[in-house]
Design a protein around this ligand. Structure first.
Ligand code: IVH
Length: 753
């Protein structure tokens, strides 16, 4: 029996070491957090009961670490402790009983209950009210100094108290809290990524971690991180007696403190509230992975002390794991309106966090390959909040050897057209615009609420109309007539009348809506707004796209013969050639404001060793391309890949014919007149940079309502650069170009307050 326990401790230690390494070093966990926690707890229990078998290198004696090579290390003023876990009410009861045994007989405990935020631990120091340092938890003793990055987070006060009337600052205060993304900020960040043609981030916690560990704090500043403070690690001149008072004190100093904390008279009350919390989880603005329960009385908590790295006076009440392992039964392929292929994992049904999950997103084939997920694998699946469950990765340890790679199909499963992967793209596409699945998805999106919003045109109606041969594309909707509709089964007079009047109303949707409805990859409501701000009509957009396409074709035709065609072994030569092959995404945006192209190109193409007259020809072609594409590339918030998508979409022959039919049927293709509030900025061009008091879009609208224009890059034609907090390199460029730099307040003053 004793041999067994020693063996079990050794086995658990080995396994935990392995999984620690997978998680922290390789970033490739093979078991779920829940399974890890169970093992960890088993080991802790065994070691507590049989300390003679605990190994010196036991993982239970160690604190995890987030230290990285990129930041200076700083020592914390006191150990940054962790929490033991409870998984159900009986764990909570056992915890209280253990504690009561250690306290004087007859003690009664009150508790503070608060959500356990799923973010990153941060330790922030203030000296005489000024923020002096911010560090990650690191290994609990030393952390990464991320002061510059943390200072960009708007909910972190740079001075305390934020309200000077709240009294004097303590000489020294070191607080602890959590850095995270609010769900809506994370969504917005991902929308921006997609608008730039970049892949979406997968989970808020890892993205918050990545954002905090940027080497350039301007990058951190661009992400809308939030900080909640919940504890005091060390202080001078602060005397508080309860956890509840700590929260009140932190709030009074101006920290963002979780508003949902509660003070419970006893454990019964805390346990009852804990149960209610689980149901609220998805409705919270941020992700939580459980609750934290703390003994309210600080002197009792001090008396209870610390075991290992966990204070006895506090415990994490973990919600049921949101991850589980299960068998991957197969992969199905979805085709979206853009033709994008999305692999979906079909799973052996598994119960995760209260819901049975039988399918999960695999994101894309590149991700599948990167994670090495194979047909026949056991996989780890995560379900959190309202996001679609997704596969985190395989469990390679339990492979039989019969697993096979998951590859993109050769042909579209719906129309058998050969699938393609455009240069530089992560995704695979069905390129056939008349693919029945694409047409169905296109139409569904076209009539949906955020798009043309045609009531009465649900998926069944669309399918019936396609089936009857009445529509083949979105434009056909606008020429539908009553008689053939009435001949269809289930289309009574009233229904047809309603449908036709909904269609007639949709013809007058605002231009931005019409653009959104087209389903151009990356063009949602935000980007459509940018386009309608800069193009007066569909015809203008089409003309620009056609000019870019022509200039691009001429560029390639005239420059290719100059480059030589022997395959290059030198990577620099290859890279220079690559740029020349994608001038619209790789060259034009880069030199948008360059007054002279010759010297710039000479530098860029030096590895190719071209004669001066070749450079001159390339410069001339590039100038034409830059001028043609400027209307798109000068739009701030619209990246080069997205600009290319737009050009591709508007020059596609199928799309051109759909647009022509829509125009002929009377669909609105003109931008609306702008409302004008004043003319203070008439004829002026402004560039905005840095963080302002309102979202960028609002400041831009304000400028435009006063007759001004906002562009993305600084040139001699810029009238003012408006600099907010932590402005970018645009200020330097403005100073070089002799363009005046003004603050947001000065801008508002220009507008008359
Ligand atoms: S109190 C000594 N309160 O959960 C007690 N922790 O292992 C210190 N966490 O890494 C923790 N929300 O970063 C506390 N409201 C909260 C929390 C919280 C999240 C994290 C913390 C720590 C982990 C506990």
């Amino acid at each position: 029996m004793t041999i067994d326990i020693r063996g079990r401790i050794a086995e658990l230690s080995e396994k935990l070491h392995f999984h620690n390494y997978r998680y922290h070093v390789l970033n490739e966990p093979v078991i779920s957090d829940g399974e890890y926690d169970r093992m960890f707890r088993d080991l802790q229990t065994l070691e507590a009961e049989h300390p003679q078998y605990a190994r010196a290198d036991s993982p239970a004696q160690r604190v995890g670490s987030d230290l990285s090579g990129d930041f200076p290390k700083v020592q914390h003023p006191a150990p940054i402790l962790s929490l033991a876990n409870a998984f159900d009410e009986s764990d909570l009861r056992a915890w209280e009983e253990r504690n009561l045994r250690l306290l004087p007989a007859g003690s009664r405990l009150r508790y503070v209950l608060q959500p356990k935020l799923d973010g990153l631990s941060i330790v922030i120091s203030y000296e005489n009210g000024a923020l002096t340092r911010a560090a990650t938890r690191g290994n609990g003793v030393m952390g990464d100094d991320v002061t510059a990055n943390v200072k960009t987070i708007r909910t972190v006060p740079l001075r305390i108290p934020v309200d000077p009337s709240a009294g004097a600052a303590p000489p020294r205060l070191v607080v602890r809290g959590e850095i995270l993304f609010h769900k809506d900020s994370f969504l917005a960040l991902n929308q921006e990524q997609v608008a730039q043609g970049l892949p979406a981030y997968i989970n808020p916690r890892n993205t918050a971690s990545g954002s905090l560990k940027q080497k350039d704090s301007r990058e951190t500043a661009k992400r809308k991180l939030s900080a909640y403070i919940y504890d005091i690690v060390d202080s001078e001149g602060v005397a508080l007696e309860s956890e509840w008072d700590i929260l009140g004190y932190l709030r009074a100093l101006g920290f963002q403190v979780i508003s949902d904390a509660s003070l419970c008279a006893d454990l019964d009350e805390a346990a009852a509230q804990a149960a209610a919390w689980e149901a609220r989880r998805d409705a919270l603005p941020f992700e939580i992975d459980g609750l934290v329960l703390k003994v309210d009385d600080l002197s009792a908590a001090r008396e209870l002390g610390v075991v290992g790295k966990d204070p006895r006076g506090a415990i994490a009440y973990k919600f049921p794991a949101e991850e589980a392992t299960t068998a991957l039964l197969g992969v199905t392929i979805g085709v979206g309106r853009t033709g994008k292929l999305t692999p979906t994992a079909q799973l052996e049904p598994v119960f995760i966090g209260g819901v049975t999950v039988s399918s999960a997103s695999l994101h894309n084939y590149e991700q599948v390959a990167a994670l090495d997920i194979r047909q026949g694998d056991r996989v780890i699946v995560k379900r959190s909040g309202d996001v679609i469950p997704y596969v985190i990765g395989p469990v390679p340890d339990v492979r039989s050897g019969d697993e096979t790679p998951i590859l993109p199909p050769e042909v579209c499963p719906f129309c058998a057209t050969k699938v393609i992967q455009p240069a530089g793209a992560i995704d695979w596409f069905c390129p056939n615009p008349t693919c029945p699945e694409r047409v169905m998805r296109t139409l569904e999106f076209f009539v949906s609420r955020g798009a043309m919003d045609i009531e009465g045109m649900g998926p069944q109606t669309i399918a019936a109309l396609i089936e009857a041969g009445l529509i083949q594309d979105e434009a056909d909707i606008f020429t539908l007539k009553a008689e053939p509709l009435l001949a269809l089964e289930g289309f009574a007079e009233k229904k047809v009348e309603n449908l036709l009047s909904a269609i007639a109303a949709a013809k007058a949707r605002p231009f931005a809506r019409v653009l959104t409805s087209l389903g151009i990859d990356g063009v949602g409501a935000t980007v459509a707004g940018l386009l309608t701000d800069n193009f007066a009509s569909m015809a203008d957009l089409q003309a620009t796209a056609a000019q870019v396409r022509d200039a691009e074709a001429a560029f390639i035709k005239k420059t290719r013969p100059l480059l030589g065609d022997e395959t290059a072994r030198d990577p620099d030569v290859e890279q220079a050639r690559q740029r020349m092959a994608h001038p619209t995404t790789d060259l034009a945006p880069r030199y948008l404001e360059a007054p002279e192209l010759g010297p710039r190109l000479e530098r860029l193409l030096r590895p190719l060793n071209l004669p001066a007259d070749s450079i001159a020809i390339i410069a001339e072609q590039l100038r034409t391309l830059i001028d043609a594409s400027r209307p798109l590339h000068a739009i701030e918030g619209l990246g080069p890949i997205l600009a290319q998508n737009i050009v591709d979409w508007f020059t596609d022959s199928h799309n051109k014919s759909v647009l022509a039919k829509m125009g002929a049927a009377g669909v609105n293709m003109q931008a609306e007149e702008k409302v004008v509030a004043g003319t203070a900025l008439a004829g002026k061009t402004l560039v905005l940079t840095g963080t302002m008091s309102a979202p960028r879009g609002e400041i831009k609208a304000l400028v435009e309502a006063n007759g001004g224009k906002v562009t993305g890059s600084v040139s001699k034609r810029t009238s003012y650069v408006v600099a907010g907090d932590s402005p970018g390199s645009k200020v330097e460029r403005a100073e070089k170009a002799g363009v005046p730099v003004i603050s947001e307040d000065e801008l508002r003053a220009l507008l008359g307050g």
